[in-house]
Design a protein around this ligand. Structure first.
Ligand code: NAP
Length: 264
């Protein structure tokens, strides 16, 4: 779909947009006509994502003021409140409006068995995956409400591991279970502003994050997936595009599993 596509030039913030699932979400939302604010602590990587969007035909559209650069890259640490506040200010300066779509893909793993896990590794993962999701959601919602903007779609990238747990991932599973609870509370509070909030729960998706998983473990999970393969970032991006669009206008507080049927 071209730049005047179904997202109609809406500003879309994607955190974690320098890599993996976030980068694929950026590409898909741009195809659907959104103007992307690609944010990551890897600002250079976010710039590479933006370069790819422009090379892939991110041309100006009605409402972008004829700017030849409808997408932009930003550095952010989602775990730091001041960094997130500054991000929202910069996005509004750049695009002239707050993001009506937000996809929170920034996330980390620090795997270790419970008996050996340090408190630092637990707090670090909670800090990025859960507190970071809270800070970005709150900042986007505040900006939308302040602007009186009708509507909005906030999408949290959780994980199926938040539902079923996983060996060596007590910190990660706890953070992603928290993200689901956060999603449902935000959906209830933000509905009166016309802002929807949903979660996607990927299974095993091949990205730089899964490079850290031993190949034997990945093979084992691939064999367990009813659809017979590990996931691709595009599989998750397509669901995010649906949740970002008006095609899902009566869906809020939902968690959509994107797992190929794993753990159903
Ligand atoms: P990825 O390739 O590692 O991408 C994550 C991106 O987030 C990286 O660019 C990372 O930067 C960035 N990031 C990390 N901490 C940040 C922070 N504090 N502030 C801003 N950016 C930060 O991982 P992915 O596989 O695409 O994962 C994306 C999301 O999907 C994550 O939330 C992950 O938990 C979730 N997920 C992934 C899978 C999977 O199988 N891949 C499954 C379920 C859920 P650095 O590289 O500098 O850390």
């Amino acid at each position: 779909m071209g730049p005047a596509g179904r997202l109609g030039g809406a500003v879309a913030l994607v955190t974690g947009g320098a890599s993996g699932i976030g980068r694929a979400v950026c590409a898909r939302l741009a195809q659907d006509g959104a103007r992307l604010a690609v944010a990551d602590r890897d600002e250079a990587g976010a710039g590479v994502t933006v370069g790819g969007l422009h090379a892939g035909g991110g041309t100006p559209h009605a409402g972008s003021g004829g700017s030849p650069q409808p997408h932009a890259a930003f550095g952010v640490d989602v775990a730091e409140a001041t960094s997130v506040t500054r991000l929202l200010d910069r996005i509004q300066e750049h695009f002239g409006s707050p993001p009506r779509i937000c996809v929170g893909c920034a996330g980390i793993t620090r795997d270790e068995f419970l008996l050996r896990m340090g408190e630092g590794a637990f707090r670090e993962v909670l800090g990025v995956n859960l507190t970071g999701t809270f800070l970005v959601t709150q900042a986007v919602a505040r900006a939308l409400v302040a602007a009186g903007a009708p509507g909005g779609s906030i999408i949290h990238v959780g994980s199926i591991v938040g539902k079923v747990g996983n060996l060596g991932q007590a910190n990660y599973a706890a953070s992603k279970a928290g993200v689901e609870g956060l999603t449902r509370a935000c959906a209830k509070e933000l509905a009166r502003f016309g802002i929807r909030c949903n979660a996607v729960l990927p299974g095993f998706i091949v990205t730089p994050m899964t490079d850290k998983v031993p190949p034997k473990v990945l093979e084992k999970f691939a064999g367990m997936v009813p659809l017979g393969r590990l996931g691709d970032p595009q599989d998750v991006a397509d669901v995010c595009a649906f949740l970002a669009s008006e095609d899902s206008s009566y869906i809020t507080g939902a968690s959509v599993e994107v797992t190929g049927g794993l753990f159903m």
